[in-house]
Design a protein around this ligand. Structure first.
Ligand code: NIG
Ligand code: FE
Length: 394
């Protein structure tokens, strides 16, 4: 059984040890054994190991947990982005363009795109990444999207209810029947979660409730796209169904915030339903950013994720999202880093990632910087020096 010591860490973010939320240790070391964190402590007391990596006083943090990404697609929508930057609004209507390209792609092309984006994210420190379907929107195309997603992640989400595809445009009830029936049956073996885009122009609250309930009935966990483009009932529906996460949360009423706060665990562990904020989407659609401060002050657990997709947020960079959250969403750097690591883990109901405590998966990011603060302080700079995933240097 071989061991690895990551030593001479100037600032170690554990998200678990000590009183401050980031659980910071200085002049620390981490012992890795069999893909897990076996020991965390001062460098001076570090046990012997088969291999040693001396990070020379750099900051080390848990790998990022990106709990919201749409990687199974073909083509891009750069022209749509350019039109938006020239003043066009974002409506989600471009989803159907990507559906056309995705249906026309071969399995090999879709697989190559997922691997490309998963690799891109890994190089930027993302060691856990959720992957949604949602650009197939037929029984066969949703099933193959999830089969391909499952090759790259155990956190796979069935998003057959992304939009109503063109061929069902005038009979949405029939499409909901398809999603709940044969599509779910074909998708469920490859999925852990079910998601719905609950928004004007996509699925209304009754359709969303019906679809999510069908997913729950076959054992899928619930998450949903809610309150992205305007106020609406999505967030409260998520709370009603015990969703692990409600995502976007750009337009929230006081009742939405109260409903989320009402899902608090009794032990002060945060809320059972996490608000996952996706600032890459507001950046790329030139929209107002969600107010993270309002949620945090109400006691709501907040996660940050990329929403990586070819339409509203074509970034795989968690450091970019951290920088946006600090600059535009009233989060402190510490809150943003926690939300991008431990927060993402909560949004996926995982306790083995997003933390660096004994027993956790050994997912470590070594920064080219002395402190996690630099992730927001030095935006756009490639600060990820080394990534260790499952105990293996990448
Ligand atoms: O999360 N809002 C719905 N779905 C994606 C956008 C998909 C697209 O525009 O292709 C999102 O922003
Ligand atoms: Fe999304």
């Amino acid at each position: 059984m071989s061991t690895l010591l990551v030593d001479n860490i100037g600032e170690l973010v554990t998200n678990g040890i000590g009183a401050d939320p980031l659980g910071i240790r200085r002049t620390a070391a981490v012992l890795v054994e069999e893909g897990q964190v076996a020991w965390v402590g001062p460098s001076a007391y570090a046990p012997a190991a088969d291999r040693r990596i001396d990070v020379g006083g750099a900051a080390v943090l848990p790998g990022f947990v990106d709990s919201h990404a749409h990687l199974v697609f073909a083509g891009d929508r750069a022209a749509e982005f350019a039109a938006r930057m020239a003043g066009e609004p974002y409506t989600g209507g471009g989803i159907r363009t990507t559906v056309g390209a995705t249906r026309a792609a071969t399995d090999g092309e879709l697989r190559a795109n997922v691997r490309r984006l998963r690799g891109e994210a890994l190089r930027q420190g993302t060691t856990t990444m959720e992957i949604k379907s949602g650009y197939g929107l037929s029984v066969a195309d949703e099933a193959r999207s999830l089969r391909i997603a499952a090759e790259s992640s155990s956190e796979t989400t069935f998003l057959g209810a992304h939009v109503v595809p063109a061929e069902y445009a005038d009979r949405p009830d029939d499409y909901v029947g398809l999603v709940c029936g044969p599509m779910l049956a074909a998708a469920a073996p490859h999925a852990k979660w079910i998601d719905v885009f609950c928004e004007r122009g996509a699925f209304d609250v009754d359709h969303a409730r019906a679809i999510l309930a069908c997913g729950q009935a076959v054992g899928l966990g619930v998450r949903l796209h809610a309150n992205q483009l305007g106020p609406g009932p999505g967030v409260r529906l998520g709370v009603e169904l015990g969703a692990a996460s409600v995502d976007h949360c750009t337009y929230l009423s006081d009742a939405d915030v109260d409903a989320l706060a009402g899902t608090a665990h009794s032990d002060g562990f945060g809320t059972r339903t996490v608000a996952t904020l996706l600032p890459g989407a507001e950046f790329s659609t030139r929209s107002p950013y969600p107010d993270a401060r309002r949620l945090l002050d109400a006691g709501v657990t907040v996660a940050l994720a990329t929403d990586c997709n070819p339409g509203s947020s074509y970034t795989s960079s968690m450091p970019f999202c951290i920088a946006l959250a600090v600059r535009e969403m009233r989060m402190t750097p510490a809150e943003a880093v926690w939300a991008a690591t431990a927060g993402g883990a909560r949004a996926l109901r995982r306790d083995d990632v997003g933390v660096l405590t004994p027993g956790a998966r050994a997912d470590l990011v070594v920064l080219d910087a002395p402190s996690y603060l630099h992730l927001a302080y030095r935006p756009g700079v490639p600060l990820i020096r080394q990534v260790i995933r499952n105990g293996v240097p990448q």
